[in-house]
Design a protein around this ligand. Structure first.
Ligand code: PLP
Length: 398
């Protein structure tokens, strides 16, 4: 049976070139980077090199990169770290309704610590409402956390505009001598190494990324923390990562992360064009050949690899399982919601209605996707849709 992987937004296979770069760091160069002997210093050297390369890629400094266990930890460290670092009577955080659970849940936790959270709505294209953002800012607002691109719909958020709003608010507070800081955090897990990112140009204070979404290994991520921004550590122990994140550094993971970034940097522009062409081909084919199919999310302001569609009257889960039986791996909504029957919070926030939200499918393309895989998938999808529609019309007749 053919095996077609169209779930690259859930995770990517580790590129064999990355695996090769990591290999020496398991049993040959195994030292603890904190050890002062030569064996330890070899690991430290590799880590410093990797850190510098990754920092350079987003126009940051080495000292501004904190390695974590992944995107989830980076988001937790950003949000809780800012919250616990500030000793203020009232703390307000602005986020959006479409964030990943790794942002929504830390915010929910902080509500129990007396934080006030505003969840910004999105329009029907999945874009965060900038006017509402501006209106939501109060003197007590300490953090604005808006993702760069959504993991379910691939919709790219206007983070340049958002950071300009935060910048203007910083200047207003300075002028009016309001001594409360405000920071901008973005969960860039879906865009890091897929889109160009310049933390200086974009005026970002904190940014999260994860290696397993960019052909690197699982279990390694990072938080970019702009120089001068203070956060409280969540994992206390040794002085690793400048005291922001204790635990012996994951050297193979860090080296693999840097290798994955290096590869992406070289191939990014060409790959984005290739994927975008296939994405649009796939979307048009589906819309043209399946009645009552509908693209979710903005058609242009979306990741080059994301296709999120709803097919009226059919459960997403049923389509997904049927496609899996033909060797095609895709997802319904997000990987996190695929085991529960709750419709996606992202699609609901886009006012899709529970019926269409329940009938969504997400295909995400990647480095090894070929056009012939998409042709095969469309053929099988049409077959599956007809089969499921026939079953449901039979039910109605009976
Ligand atoms: C995958 C993902 C995460 C979580 O990253 P992990 O490294 O798996 O913890 C966070 N945010 C977004 C947008 C993601 O797609």
């Amino acid at each position: 049976m053919r095996k077609i992987y169209l779930d690259y937004a859930a995770t990517t296979p580790t590129d064999s070139r990355v695996v090769k770069a990591m290999k020496p760091y398991f049993s040959k160069i195994y030292g603890n980077a904190s050890s002062l002997h030569k064996i330890g210093q070899k690991s430290k050297l590799a880590m410093n090199k990797a850190r510098a390369e990754i920092a350079q890629f987003i126009n940051a400094r080495s000292e501004e990169i904190i390695f974590t266990s992944g995107g989830t930890e980076a988001n937790n460290l950003a949000i809780k770290g800012i919250f616990f670092a500030l000793n203020l009577p009232h703390k307000h955080i602005i986020t959006s309704k479409i964030e990943h659970h790794a942002v929504l849940e830390p915010c929910r936790f902080l509500e129990k610590q007396n934080a006030t959270i505003t969840h910004l709505p999105v329009d029907k294209y999945g874009l965060v409402n900038i006017i509402k953002l501006q209106q939501a800012i109060k003197d007590e607002t300490i953090l604005i956390s808006i993702m760069h691109a959504n993991n379910e719909t691939g919709v790219i958020q206007p983070i340049k505009e958002i950071s300009q709003i935060v910048q203007a608010e910083k200047e207003r507070r300075q002028k009016e001598k309001i001594n409360i800081p405000i920071y901008f955090h973005t969960d860039a897990v879906q865009t890091f190494s897929h889109l160009p990112l310049d933390v200086h140009q974009l005026n970002i204070d904190l940014l999260s990324a994860s290696a397993h979404k960019l052909y690197g290994p699982k279990g390694i991520g990072l938080l970019y923390l702009k120089q001068g921004v203070k956060i409280e550590s969540l994992i206390h122990g040794g002085e690793h990562e400048k005291g922001k994140r204790a635990s012996t550094e994951n050297i193979p993971g860090i080296v693999g992360f840097a290798k994955a970034v290096e590869l992406a940097k070289k191939e990014m522009n060409k790959e984005q064009k290739r994927l975008m062409k296939m994405r649009d081909y796939f979307i048009n084919k589906i819309i043209d050949s399946i009645k009552d199919s509908h693209l979710n999310g903005h058609a242009k302001m979306r990741l080059a690899n994301n296709i999120n569609i709803s097919i009226k009257g059919i459960e997403g889960e049923a389509m997904m399982i049927n496609l899996d039986s033909f060797g095609i791996a895709c997802s319904t909504g997000s990987a996190c919601s695929s085991t529960s029957l709750e419709p996606s919070h992202v699609l609901l926030a886009m006012s899709l209605g529970p019926e269409l939200a329940h009938s969504s499918l997400r295909f995400t393309l990647g480095r090894w996707t070929k056009k012939k895989d998409l042709d095969y998938t469309i053929k099988k999808l049409i077959f599956v849709v007809n089969r499921l529609r026939n079953i449901s019309s039979l039910k109605i007749k009976i």
